[in-house]
Design a protein around this ligand. Structure first.
Ligand code: UD1
Length: 418
């Protein structure tokens, strides 16, 4: 068993480099198996979800070779399979992208229902509705989704809500559909744009990525190409919040500041000093943080993936703050653990209310999912005394060298194996 030990109350300072975006990497890698050429993918984060994704691709016959620690060559010309083993799907939400990639290229896919963070019910009905609209038959048997099509034909598809996964998945299949596909009410997240840019780089014709309407003109095949994954806005936001919570002074490098706007404006509202350049943001904390309200929403709204880390900061602010979670029904599971550290926070339905100005004190806490783990680390960083975090495996799925990067900023944090 592993756990993380943090000795808190050390203000973070210095610079931190942000890695490639997890959610972009785990979409681009499966998209590469739809290619009939060689793809070189750069700026891949060294995290477990990427390692698992590569193992899944190899299990179906793709050849993957690291050129250096962040650059992978994918050769999917020798693909033999179109069925994914359950062991790859159970911990990784993004395994659902094999549906769109395989359906597009091979017109068939057998993919177990995806796992990933437990944030309540996470259906994939929009994905399947989109595949059906393109002419595929989809059925579920023994936990496996079987998808098959004679041929794919362009269609007009309206998403009931702008789901990231459904947008990317349907887009991947539609790349190979005869004619034109319109995806209306599409997700606009940066990683949707990144996945579309990668597909376009290798020969797809996707227009409008980053807007609510995607137009995709089908092509018969995709070739190879090289591509650099965008920087991770959620990793960047996690370090910005760690800086703010410890009243620190941190520059977050190698990012796209525009992707951080919803967080930047909230940090300013709370009293932090935030300045930015072309590819960096500098955060200086503030002793008397002011309360504020956040509501999670689809991009460019406040990201649900930063909600738990933001809560760790709001619990320290003076006054009453509200946190409304609009994307995932059960994203407050970290709250009971944060209370062990002294947070004054209460959940009612989709809203959490914190009375703030808490002084965290170290305790033994357990992470329930990836971002919950990051939030508990953030709270532990400014807690009096020692915090022990269990369930650290969640962090390895999504943060590259998390403790090492925090130590370089002055945190007293280490991992212990027993
Ligand atoms: C992706 C991200 C995740 C992030 C989330 C929201 C990846 C691998 N994961 O997850 O980190 O928290 O976007 O930004 O990129 N929904 C349906 N039916 C569907 C699909 C979605 O009802 O078929 C609902 C979901 O339950 C949820 C909402 O739509 O309430 C948004 O989900 P979605 O954007 O699809 O999230 P994921 O792709 O699962």
């Amino acid at each position: 068993m592993e756990y993380i030990v943090i000795k808190g109350q050390k203000a973070l300072s210095g610079r931190v480099n942000i890695s490639g975006a997890k959610n972009a990497a785990v979409a681009i890698l499966p998209a590469a198996i739809a290619s009939e050429g060689i793809c070189i993918i750069d700026n891949l984060p060294q995290i477990e979800d990427v390692t698992n994704m590569i193992a899944a691709m190899e299990s179906m016959g793709a050849t993957c070779k690291f050129i250096d620690a962040q650059t992978l060559e994918v050769d999917a010309r020798g693909m033999t399979g179109f069925a994914l083993d359950e062991k790859f799907a159970k911990n990784m939400r993004a395994s659902y992208y094999f549906m769109g990639a395989l359906l597009g290229r091979y017109k068939k896919a057998e993919i177990p229902l995806p796992g990933g963070c437990d944030l309540g019910s996470r259906p994939i009905d929009y994905h399947l509705k989109g595949f059906r609209a393109l002419g595929a038959e989809c059925e579920q048997e023994h936990g496996i989704v079987k998808i098959y099509a004679e041929k794919l034909t362009g269609a007009n598809i309206y998403l009931d809500c702008p789901s990231v996964g459904a947008t990317i998945n349907i887009m991947m299949a539609a790349v190979f559909a005869e004619g034109t596909t319109l995806i209306e009410n599409a997700a606009k997240e940066p990683h949707v744009v990144d996945a579309a840019s990668f597909l376009n780089k290798i020969g797809a014709k996707i227009y409008g990525a980053g807007t609510a309407t995607l137009r995709i003109r089908g092509v018969p095949a995709l070739g190879g190409g090289d591509y650099t994954v965008l920087p991770d806005p959620i990793e960047a936001g996690t370090y910005m919040l760690a800086a703010a919570v410890t009243d620190g002074d941190v520059t977050v490098n190698n990012i796209i500041p525009k992707h951080m706007e919803s967080l930047t404006s909230k940090l300013k509202e709370m009293g932090c000093t935030v300045t930015e350049g072309d590819d960096w943001i500098h955060v200086r904390g503030c002793e008397n943080l002011r309360a504020c309200d956040i509501k999670t929403a689809f991009y460019p709204g406040f990201p649900t993936d930063l909600q738990p880390q933001m809560a760790a900061l709001l619990c320290k602010a003076y006054g009453t703050s509200t946190i409304t979670e609009n994307v995932f029904e059960q994203r407050f599971r970290y709250v009971s653990e944060m209370k062990r550290l002294g947070a004054n926070i209460k959940v009612e339905g989709r809203m959490a209310v914190t009375k703030g100005s808490c002084i965290y004190t170290g305790a033994v806490v357990t992470a329930t999912d990836l971002r919950a783990a990051a939030a508990l680390v953030i709270a532990g960083l400014c807690a009096k005394g020692e915090t022990k975090l269990r369930g650290v495996g969640h962090l390895d799925r999504g943060y590259e060298r998390f403790e090492e990067k925090l130590r370089a900023l002055g945190a007293d944090i280490k991992r212990i194996k027993i």
